[in-house]
Structures are given as structure tokens and as C-alpha cells.
Ligand binder design. Structure first.
Ligand SMILES: [Zn+2]
Ligand SMILES: [Zn+2]
Length: 327
């Protein structure tokens, strides 16, 4: 059954000043253009927390979706301050960056944020990827003022209206989840992460699932508990949680070492955290529009007994955040 989400909560791209989450790229792993994925979209991860064209631009991840956003900023926005929060540097989260138009415009100040990693800095990783012979325009061709920030604390007061919180996720080589608090609005961005039961991921990519007979050590269990607690805190009472739902339950059982979550798990986290809206995200490149419609339908039915509303991220649309109740 085809589902239309555009009714009351979603709108097409506009520049009105409502607070919203705009989805520029919704896919995991690889871009998948084509007729089978045209409804939900084929670009890789990029989400904007939009508060108005006069405000600093807040962007989460720089997958191929950021390319269109870059043009949109150049053409429409009045503020020259851009903040880009990177979850981690797997290709699908940075591959649009070399084509992000504001990098080549000297009016912008662009701030990048990432996890602090002892092994490599975000700056080195990005600069290395866009050197010859990989790409003709190295960072020396960038005209914007660029600042790299490696987050040591899990809280960042960005400006008087905006605070960003971070926590670790369960993903090969690690990733950061984010929570954005803007005035009385809250949204959470949780991708990429595996659930917290079968494997502890992080230091390096583990090439195979664990032996079904093997058990987690008590250190692994407590590390997973800690990650889960951090994720629940990021999602606590959130107006909208964008969550990695790349996998079905059976995908997860087959590929727990890939570091991705399931519809069921995202639903459980959001219920426990008392979030108001859950947005399925980081759609599998193998899942077509029809299958995503079916997933959405199924989980909307399951959620109908709770107050949690379920959506799936659709490229080039925005999920409007409800006006907070004033007391
Ligand atoms: Zn990813
Ligand atoms: Zn990843």
C-alpha cells in the first residue's frame, strides 16, 4: 500500500521560518538513484536542522545529499555561518563534501565537528580523501574559512539558542550520535549504530558475526549498557528522533558486525526514551519504495497503541517540529 506522509507533518522545501528537520539524503552505504527508490530518495545521509534563513546553518553528515543543500544555501541563505556535525567518516557520511558549494565561496565560515579520535583527526581524513589523484580540488582550493573541532565533551553550547549533545554509538570504528536543543525544540540524530545486545563494535571492523555459542564478557556487556544509556539520554523526550533503521531483524542477525539497527530496536529505544516522533533513516540501498512503504505501514500499526508517531525520512522534504507548549 502506498503511503503519503505529506499530510500535516511533512512539507516540501520552503524557506518559511518554521523549525524543521530537512532531509537532503536518507540512504545508507551507497547512493541509489532510480525509479525504484525515487519516492524516498537515493542520496546518502545529510540532514539539516532548519530554524530560518537568517540563522546559522546546522547540518548533520555530508553524504551526497549535502550537494543540493550547498546550492540551496548559496542561493537562499542570509547567514554565512555553517556548522557541520559528522557522525563518522564512512563514505556515505562524507562523500558529498568535495562538491559542497559554500566551501568555494569566501563569504562562509564553516565549522566541522567530530568525535575526538587519538588515531586520526577529521581534518587529516578529509584532506587525504580530496588530494590528487582522488579529486582535483584539494582543500587548498577552498575559499571559505574552515574550522575543525574535535569534541572532547559531550555538550557544546553553540550559541545562546542552541546546545548540542553527543554520545558514542555501537559502530565499527565508532560514531557519534547527536541531540540538538534549540530554544524549546529538541531533535536527535542516531546513525549509524547496531543494537546493544549481540556485539560490541568500535575499535576495528570485525569481519564476521560472533559464534552463536559465545557469550559477551562482562566488560563488553557493561560497555554496551553505557552506550545504550548515552543513546537513551540523547533521545529522552525528544520531539523527533532520526534513527538508523537499515536492517530488518533477520538482516541484523545475519550481519550484527556491520553496525546497523532495526525498526524494532529504534521503536524500543524511542518508547523507553519517551520520544514523540521516530523517523526511520539510513534506508538500506537494497530496500525499494514499495518495501519501505510496507515497513512504515507495519510499524505505524504497531505504534498505534502508543503515543509515538512513526515516519520514514523522505529526501527533499522537511518534518516540521511541533511548537513547544508554552507554560
Ligand atoms: Zn552509514
Ligand atoms: Zn558507518
Amino acid at each position: 500500500m502506498a503511503i503519503d506522509q505529506t499530510e500535516s507533518n511533512f512539507e516540501k522545501l520552503t524557506l518559511n521560518s518554521r523549525v524543521k528537520l530537512t532531509f537532503w539524503g536518507v540512504r545508507g552505504s551507497i547512493p541509489v538513484p532510480g525509479t525504484e527508490t525515487g519516492k524516498y530518495g537515493g542520496n546518502t545521509s545529510c540532514v539539516q536542522f532548519f530554524t530560518g534563513v537568517n540563522d546559522p546553518v546546522l547540518i548533520f553528515d555530508a553524504g551526497t545529499g549535502i550537494i543540493k543543500l550547498g546550492e540551496h544555501i548559496n542561493n537562499n541563505y542570509k547567514n554565512n555561518e555553517i556548522h557541520i556535525f559528522i557522525t563518522h567518516t564512512h563514505w556515505d557520511h562524507i562523500q558529498g563534501l568535495p562538491f559542497f558549494a559554500p566551501l568555494f565561496n569566501n563569504k562562509y565560515k564553516i565549522h566541522f565537528y567530530s568525535k575526538n579520535r587519538s588515531s586520526s583527526s577529521l581534518q587529516d581524513t578529509i584532506f587525504k580523501l580530496i588530494e590528487e589523484p582522488q579529486f582535483p580540488l584539494s582543500h587548498q582550493k577552498w575559499k571559505a574559512q574552515i574550522f575543525f573541532h574535535e569534541l572532547n565533551e559531550n555538550r557544546l553550547n553553540l550559541n545562546p539558542n542552541t546546545t548540542i549533545f553527543t554520545a558514542d554509538l555501537n559502530h565499527p570504528w565508532g560514531a557519534n550520535g547527536y541531540r540538538i536543543e534549540y530554544k524549546n525544540y529538541t531533535a536527535s540524530y542516531i546513525t549509524d549504530t547496531a543494537p546493544f545486545d549481540l556485539m560490541l563494535l568500535g575499535k576495528e571492523f570485525i569481519g564476521s558475526p560472533p559464534d552463536p555459542q559465545s557469550k559477551l564478557s562482562s566488560q563488553e556487556k557493561s560497555a554496551l549498557k553505557k552506550i545504550e544509556k548515552g543513546v537513551l539520554e540523547l533521545c529522552c523526550n525528544s520531539d523527533a528522533v532520526i534513527y538508523d533503521t537499515m536492517f530488518t531483524r533477520s538482516d541484523y542477525i545475519t550481519f550484527p558486525h556491520w553496525g546497523h539497527s532495526t525498526f524494532e530496536h529504534a521503536f524500543g529505544i524511542c518508547k523507553e526514551a519517551k520520544s514523540r516522533k521516530l523517523v526511520f533513516f539510513h534506508h538500506s540501498p537494497r530496500r525499494n519504495d514499495h518495501e519501505l512503504d510496507e515497513m512504515l505501514q507495519k510499524y505505524r500499526q504497531i505504534a498505534s497503541k502508543s503515543s509515538l508517531e512513526i515516519f520514514a525520512a523522505v529526501e527533499n522534504t522537511s518534518l516540521i517540529l511541533d511548537e513547544p507548549e508554552t507554560t
